[in-house]
Design a protein around this ligand. Structure first.
Ligand code: UDP
Length: 458
């Protein structure tokens, strides 16, 4: 049972890997600062309470049909829209029960911290007189662009036209039209409406918590502060606080520990770690170009191929017969890796990533330079920042995933002069990601402000 300590908070995560991880990390941070934590969660991708004996859990039936659940794998926008409609009533019932039980206790709940993509919760919580604070699990720079979607629409950049892909978006240097963070959906208008709802809910909240730090995204944080006019708390990188639980406890797939034993056999900074996160799906032709690009690069590689992440295949069947054997141990392929541990391993020299925000931040924190291959949404903006603003990586150009180009990019990053400069910058940025958390650092101070702010909501 949860011990009765400080103020009580309710947390509501979006049930997807890249969102559950930071919400659980945030819960650990706030718990270590004296708050009692209660999670409300969906039955889909349900959290496992036994992994977190220091928190309290309440699940509610989300009512998602099997077809709606399957959209979490191939149509994220539809999945988010289903969640934001189907969960309204059961979430309200669950929260109301919790609040009425708490009314009998000495300490009532102070506020609800919800994942910013579950915007419906703001109105529900408000109707029950519980203040809300948003957790944005993505970066601030991509959010600036999301917030400007209505403007981009008005200016004619959206919907994106093939003929304009290379054009600069003058309002957002250094973005080009192809970098606008659209979703893979035929209905872009629906996405714009969804973004408007997210912004509206955020503006009605008592603050936004960011898994980022000032030295990384100060201009974007400043711009959002002016636009949204609510308190902002950039307290990241979350996973670098002293956590009481390991990442494996929030992992939806089993982490293959052979990743680490294999890395132990490799030379320092020699390995390319390849992973495209928990959602991205690639075509078979692209998969084969990646495989040959890696094989031809002559560098050792650790490659995460998530089951069903290659269109039409269960796992590795598309690889030519004998492909793995011919590598002679130079390549190691797993279904899911302990990524944070991998990135901090001395053998890893580069990360070929889809630039999900967590992966981007995890790489920055270990000073690992990136090869960027964004697939959709905020990943496109993150990749631009990695390659053209922070300059700690290089980007594979969209639509040119050809084995020769891959091989060349790997060589550039691992060996050539340009790679040397990128590696130096990556190490400097790593230092900043550490120093922001120590006493007097920007995230350290921001966390203190957040704690005071949450206490003031009582
Ligand atoms: N991850 C992991 N093992 C893997 C691949 C990914 O533990 O083999 C974790 C990774 O550390 C990150 C999360 O899954 O915390 C993926 O989140 P991200 O925002 O990078 O991408 P998404 O999955 O949301 O596209």
């Amino acid at each position: 049972m949860e011990q009765k300590k400080g103020q009580r908070l309710v947390l509501f995560p979006l049930p997807l890997q890249g969102h559950m991880n930071p919400m659980l990390e945030l819960a650990n941070i706030l718990h270590s600062r004296g708050f009692s934590i209660t999670f409300i969660h969906t039955t889909f991708n349900s959290l496992n309470p036994s992994n977190y004996p220091h928190f309290t859990f309440h699940s509610f039936p989300d009512g998602l049909s099997p077809t709606e659940v399957s959209t979490s794998k191939n149509d994220i926008l539809s999945f988010l829209l289903h969640l934001n409609t189907k969960c309204v009533q059961p979430f309200k019932d669950c929260l109301a029960t919790l609040l009425s039980q708490a009314a009998l206790d000495v300490k009532p709940y102070t506020c609800l911290i919800y994942d910013g993509l579950l915007n419906f919760t703001q109105a529900v919580s408000c109707s029950l007189n519980l203040p809300t604070v948003v957790l944005r699990t993505g970066g601030a720079s991509s959010f600036v662009v999301f917030a400007a979607f209505p403007l981009l629409w008005e200016k004619g950049y959206l919907p994106i036209q093939e003929s304009r892909l290379e054009e600069q978006v003058i309002e957002f240097p250094p973005l080009k039209v192809k970098d606008i963070p659209t979703m893979n959906t035929p209905n872009q208008e629906k996405f714009v409406e969804f973004l408007k709802a997210i912004i509206k809910a955020a503006k009605a909240s008592s603050g936004i918590i960011w898994n980022t730090f000032e030295d990384l995204e100060q201009p974007s944080l400043e711009s959002l502060k002016n636009q949204l006019n609510i308190p902002m708390f950039p307290i990241g990188p979350f996973h670098k606080y002293n956590s009481t639980s390991s990442s494996s406890s929030s992992s939806l797939l089993i982490e293959d520990k052979s990743s680490i034993s294999w890395l132990n056999t490799q030379a320092p900074k020699s390995v390319i770690y390849v992973s495209f996160g928990s959602l991205a799906v690639i075509g078979e032709a692209q998969f084969l170009e990646i495989a040959w690009g890696l094989a031809n690069s002559k560098h050792p590689f650790l490659w995460v191929v998530r089951p069903a992440s290659v269109n039409g295949a269960e796992w590795l069947e598309s690889l030519p017969k004998g492909f793995v054997e011919e590598l002679g141990g130079r390549g190691h392929i797993v279904k899911w890796a302990p990524q944070k541990e991998v990135l901090s391993h001395v053998a890893v020299g580069a990360f070929w990533t889809h630039n999900g925000w967590n992966s981007t931040l995890e790489s920055i924190c270990e000073g690992v330079p990136m090869i960027c291959m964004p697939c959709f949404s905020d990943q496109k903006v993150n990749a631009v920042y990695v390659s053209r603003v922070w300059k700690v990586g290089i980007q594979l150009e969209n639509g040119k995933f050809e084995r020769g180009e891959i091989e060349q990019s790997i060589r550039k990053l691992m060996k050539e002069n340009e790679g040397e400069e990128i590696r130096c910058r990556a190490l400097k940025l790593k230092d900043k990601s550490i120093s922001c958390l120590v006493q007097g650092g920007s995230s350290y101070q921001s966390l203190n402000s957040l704690v005071s702010h949450l206490l003031s909501l009582e």
